[in-house]
Design a protein around this ligand. Sequence first.
Ligand code: SAM
Length: 232
Amino acid sequence: MWRADILTLYPDMFPGPLGASLSGDALERGIWSLATHQIRDHGRGRHRAVDDTPAGGGPGMVLRADVLGEAIDAVSVADDPRPRLYMSPRGRRLDQAFVRELAGGPGAIILCGRFEGIDERVIAGRDLIEVSIGDYVLSGGELAAMVMLDACVRLLPGVMGASASGEEESFESGLLEYPHYTRPRDWEGRMIPDILLSGDHGAIARWRREQALKLTRERRPDLLDPRDDLPE
Ligand code: SAM
């Protein structure tokens, strides 16, 4: 079973959208597990404080290293093979290759930050890998963790049907995906391309590859390998 442990100040946010549809069904079927851990259980003093003002001054609050260290240690035993991830806008940008790598492993321990973030010393002190879901700032790591988990869980064996292995999807081939159509054939005067109704599977595969290349060249030329020869 692929196991996710989440450290958060807002455990009630989970499973949230992960409890529905593909991921929710897979959770119920025991393909993966999700456990949340309240960081505040390791807080200090009568008020279980988890944060303090930034050393050197400045706005906001920082999650304390001692609190987080203890919280991580309570979840992750020494020989736990799972990567420890810290959701962070400064991190490695999440992409499909990294999602595949994570999904192919035993699971993940995920720390969700809040406020100004976490004490820097925890990152090296607990071997955290920083992961960003994009170049924008969220108010907390929980939604970022959910995005990452959703992307991972759908790749676990048995989650998607055999017919939808995900291998043809955007990014899997290094390209954006070709366009899809379904009935009706004529919608408000917009027709399904004839080739898709031709029954010629070879021609359909070529058309789809051409469309994928065209879309990628137009929208995400940064994804293109110079060896992809695009027919003009
Ligand atoms: N002061 C931080 C900075 O400028 O990099 C931003 C802190 S943010 C308000 C609070 C928390 O949200 C972070 O600790 C992180 O866990 C999470 N977060 C925000 N944006 C994120 C992103 N793009 N990807 C992943 N996590 C993010």
